[in-house]
Design a protein around this ligand. Structure first.
Ligand code: ATP
Length: 462
């Protein structure tokens, strides 16, 4: 939807322009001071700005550059009650789309409006997207690239959704590269690795002496992203306390470092990624609804690889060339039956899994003229066979994790018990039940080995 901002202190002009915009089916917002106009335009995206010259708190022409350089890069039409050729010349040279006199006929004003919108439409659709390192030209992927490029031209917060390995990080980076902030910092926050106790210091920084061990004043990631893009990867992993604090930062882009006396400001554009279903997490009280609304002004959903298999040959070629080059090996190719096998696989790990499969293939078959199914690692061959036999529809989709993984301690304890059990089962199998040999290999004391075997229901030969 086209959005138009009107900045004029004359009520009548605001009404005429608002009426013109709304009757054309678009959104109009009118304010009567420069400060309010700038504040609104920095907060929200506009396609077109009508800017008066003589405003109560400043001169519109002098503020023109602030509007032209906004992330949304709106078209600006200067409106004046006292037009003069010098002012018109200056306005156009400074990036305004048009310069109109309030005394012009309504017909002329409408004509200028239509032309500005036509220009805007052409500009928005024709700018080619920089693909960064995104490979693939299927209709699905092309559409995602177009959405990404469109999102990049606004300043709205973007949430990138998709299963693991579909390219969320890649798209987040491409979005930054396509935005007006390209060339400025692109700061990644790995929310899954953010430890609860250190989250504040990592995000907002700390002052020297603010806690034992704080020997230096360190800027946080939020400040490092000033002028550029802050990318919150796996935002669903943020704990509720950190979510609450970050929501406040998002509202006005100000924060306070640990031990800091003053609020600091960071002008960052926010992009987030998640492979978890944040809506379900909201229902389970694991994610704040207000934060979700803020971060998903624009949503970009990336398809799993099995839904754009037309890209498989291009991706295979890309990873093959990349792997052979990195290992200084001659370029090789894939046999037709191997290609067919890859095309029939379900790809639960998506493009990341494909890149790993190609690396494994090259490692196993770099001396062969051609890579064939026999160069696939045995477990992959078995997996491919299983998924082929089961048929796509019988294999559970590796979805967003719909239920929370639960507390870390329970997960950790369970994982340890499983690993222990595997170890002692393997140990006793290797030793054919010989307790003394098992004791020697494991390095455990007699009593400890007994108790662990008992715990896991295993028995030794006396
Ligand atoms: N379309 C693509 N073209 C080229 N490489 C891709 C593409 N999609 C993904 N990749 C590669 O696959 C790997 C995984 O991508 P990425 O890390 O962006 O996925 P992700 O969706 O963020 O995964 P996760 O949710 O696990 O963090 C990376 O090496 C990335 O470069």
């Amino acid at each position: 939807m086209i959005r138009v901002l009107i900045i004029d202190d004359e009520q009548a002009i605001c009404m005429i322009l608002t009426e013109m915009v709304r009757s054309a089916g678009y959104e109009a917002y009118a304010v009567n001071t420069l400060a309010k106009g700038l504040e609104l335009a920095r907060r929200e995206d506009f396609d077109l700005v009508y800017l008066d010259v003589a405003l109560p708190d400043g001169n519109g022409l002098s503020a023109l550059a602030h509007f032209v350089n906004l992330d949304s890069n709106p078209e600006v039409v200067i409106i004046t009650g006292a037009s003069d050729p010098k002012g018109a010349d200056l306005a156009i040279r400074s990036g305004a789309w048009d310069y109109i006199d309030k005394g012009q006929s309504p017909l002329d004003i409408r004509l200028s409006f239509r032309q500005a919108l036509e220009y805007r439409n052409t500009k928005m659709n024709l700018l080619p997207a920089k693909r960064d390192r995104i490979v693939g030209s299927s209709p699905k992927l092309t559409q995602c690239i177009q959405h990404m490029a469109k999102a990049a031209r606004s300043s709205a917060n973007v949430l990138i959704y998709g299963e693991t390995g579909v390219g969320k990080d890649l798209f987040a980076h491409a979005l930054h590269e396509n935005s007006a902030r390209a060339g400025k910092p692109f700061v990644v926050v790995d929310c899954a690795a953010l430890q609860d106790s250190l989250a504040v210091s990592e995000l907002y920084g700390h002052r020297k002496g603010s806690f034992s061990g704080a020997t230096e004043t360190v800027p946080g990631l939020v400040l490092q992203a000033h002028g550029g893009t802050l990318f919150l990867d796996e935002i669903g992993e943020l704990d509720l306390k950190t979510q609450k604090k970050f929501l406040r930062v998002l509202e006005n882009r100000t924060f306070r470092a640990l031990g800091g006396a003053h609020e600091q400001h960071s002008d960052f554009r926010l992009v987030c990624a998640s492979n978890r279903d944040l809506v379900a997490m909201v229902a389970d009280n694991l994610f704040r609804e207000d934060l979700l609304f803020r971060v998903r002004a624009i949503t970009l959903e990336l398809p799993p690889l099995r839904e754009h298999l037309q890209d498989l040959p291009e991706l295979v070629e890309y990873f093959l060339v990349r792997t052979c080059r990195a290992n200084r090996l001659p370029l090789t190719s894939l046999s037709a039956d191997l290609m067919q096998m890859l095309g029939e696989h379900f790809w639960p790990g998506n493009v990341r899994e494909l890149s790993q499969v190609i690396e494994a293939l090259v490692a196993a078959g770099h001396t062969a003229d051609e890579l064939t199914p026999r160069h696939l690692p045995i477990d992959l061959r078995a997996l491919f066979a299983r998924s082929k036999a089961a048929g796509y529809e019988n294999i559970p989709v590796p979805p967003f994790r719909l239920s929370p993984p639960g507390p870390w301690k329970a997960f950790h304890d369970k994982a340890i018990i499983t690993a222990e059990k595997t170890y002692f089962r393997d140990l006793m199998r290797f030793c054919a039940g010989d307790f003394q040999q098992a004791k020697a290999i494991s390095g455990l004391s007699q009593a400890r080995l007994y108790s662990l075997l008992k715990k896991h229901g295993l028995r030794a030969k006396e």
